[in-house]
Design a protein around this ligand. Structure first.
Ligand code: R2B
Ligand code: URA
Length: 305
C-alpha cells in the first residue's frame, strides 16, 4: 500500500497496531474486510460519507446486506462505510483531523495487504470558488497553501519541514473526461487552516484588520496563481498521498464565488445538489474505471491463438 521507501520501519517493532480513531487493530482480520479495496473516497461530513456509500451500492450494482450501508467499527470521530471495492469515510474539517484519518487509513490498508499503487484516494469536498460560480466542480492538479505556495509546511520536532503538493495528473484528467454532464474546471486548490480570516473573509466574529480592497487583492492574486477554489485540507491530503505513493485527486464543488461575497447563502436544496454533483462525478469515474479493469482482466484471461 505505502511505497517501501516511505513506509515507517518502526511499525515492524509493534506487536499490535491500534488504529485508535477508527476502533480497529492490526490483530483483526483486516484482509478479509479491506483487502479488495480499490478506492477510498473521503469528504468532511459523516452524512455525506453515508450517502456516498449508498450511491455506490446503487450505481455499481452492489447489494448491501440489510439494504443500507452501516458504519464499520467506531463512529466517535470518523464514520467508515465499505461497499464492494469502495471505502467511503469522512475526515472532519481541517488538516489536523484529515492527517489522523490518512495515517490510520493508509496503515489499515497496509495491514490488509493492499498492493502499492492499487488503491486511489479521492477527496470529494465543498469549497469556495475563486472566479467560478456555485455549483462548478473544481478538479485540482495541485494544492497551494494559504501563502499560495505549492507546498505543505509541517512543524516536526520543532522545525518546519516542507512537502510538495502535486496531485496525480492522469487521475485528475480521467475524472474530468469521464465526469458526464457537469460543469467542471481544472485548477489549483488552496487549503487554509481557517475558514474566516484564513480565506480572506470579512464576515468572521472579530475585526479582521484588513479592508475589502485588501481582501480582493488577495483573492485576485490567488486567481492569478491558478487557484480556482479555497478549502481546508488539500495541502495535507496531496503531500501525504505523494509521500506514500498513493494516486490521489481532489474534486470539490464550489458553494459560492468568492469574488462576489463571503456568505454561503445558497439554499439547502442547492447545497445538497452541489455536493451531490461532486459525488456523481467521482461515481461516474469509478464506474468507468471498474469497467476498464474488468475488460483488462478479461482480455488477460482470454487464451491467445
Ligand atoms: C470545506 O468545507 C469545510 C468548511 O466549511 C472544510 O472542511 C472544507 O475544506
Ligand atoms: N469550504 C471552505 O473551506 N470555504 C468555502 O468558502 C466554502 C466551503
Amino acid at each position: 500500500m505505502i511505497k517501501p521507501e516511505a513506509r515507517n520501519p518502526h511499525l515492524d517493532d509493534l506487536d499490535e497496531d491500534f488504529l485508535y480513531h477508527l476502533g480497529l487493530t492490526s490483530k483483526m482480520d483486516l484482509k478479509a474486510v479491506f483487502g479488495d479495496t480499490k478506492y477510498v473516497c473521503m469528504g468532511g461530513s459523516a452524512d455525506r460519507a453515508e450517502t456516498f456509500a449508498n450511491k455506490v451500492s446503487e450505481e455499481l450494482n452492489i447489494p448491501i446486506p440489510g439494504g443500507s450501508a452501516q458504519p464499520i467499527a467506531k463512529t466517535e470521530r470518523f464514520s467508515m462505510f465499505k461497499v464492494g471495492p469502495v471505502i467511503s469515510i469522512n475526515h472532519g474539517m481541517g488538516q489536523p483531523s484529515l492527517s489522523i484519518l490518512l495515517n490510520e487509513i493508509a496503515k489499515l490498508l497496509d495491514h490488509a495487504g493492499c498492493p502499492q499503487g492499487s488503491v486511489k484516494f479521492v477527496r470529494i469536498g465543498t469549497s469556495g470558488g475563486v472566479g467560478v460560480e456555485g455549483g462548478t466542480i473544481v478538479i485540482a492538479d495541485e494544492a497551494l497553501n494559504a501563502k499560495l505556495e505549492p507546498k505543505h509546511v509541517k512543524t516536526i520536532l520543532g522545525e518546519d519541514k516542507e512537502f510538495p503538493t502535486k496531485l496525480d495528473e492522469q487521475l485528475a484528467k480521467d475524472i474530468f473526461e469521464l465526469r458526464g454532464d457537469f460543469e467542471a474546471v481544472f485548477g489549483k486548490t488552496i487549503g487554509t487552516d481557517d475558514f474566516y480570516e484564513g480565506q480572506a473573509r470579512l464576515d468572521g466574529a472579530l475585526d479582521p484588520g484588513y479592508t475589502e480592497e485588501d481582501k480582493m487583492d488577495y483573492i485576485r492574486k490567488a486567481h492569478n496563481a491558478g487557484a480556482r477554489n479555497f478549502e481546508m485540507e488539500s495541502p495535507e491530503f496531496a503531500s501525504f498521498c505523494l509521500r506514500a505513493g498513493i494516486p490521489a485527486a481532489v474534486v470539490c464543488c464550489a458553494l459560492l464565488n468568492r469574488l462576489n461575497g463571503d456568505q454561503v447563502d445558497a439554499t439547502p436544496e442547492q447545497l445538497a445538489q452541489y455536493s451531490d454533483n461532486a459525488q456523481q462525478v467521482v461515481l461516474n469515474y469509478i464506474k468507468a474505471d471498474r469497467k476498464k479493469s474488468a475488460g483488462a482482466l478479461l482480455s488477460a484471461n482470454w487464451p491467445s491463438e
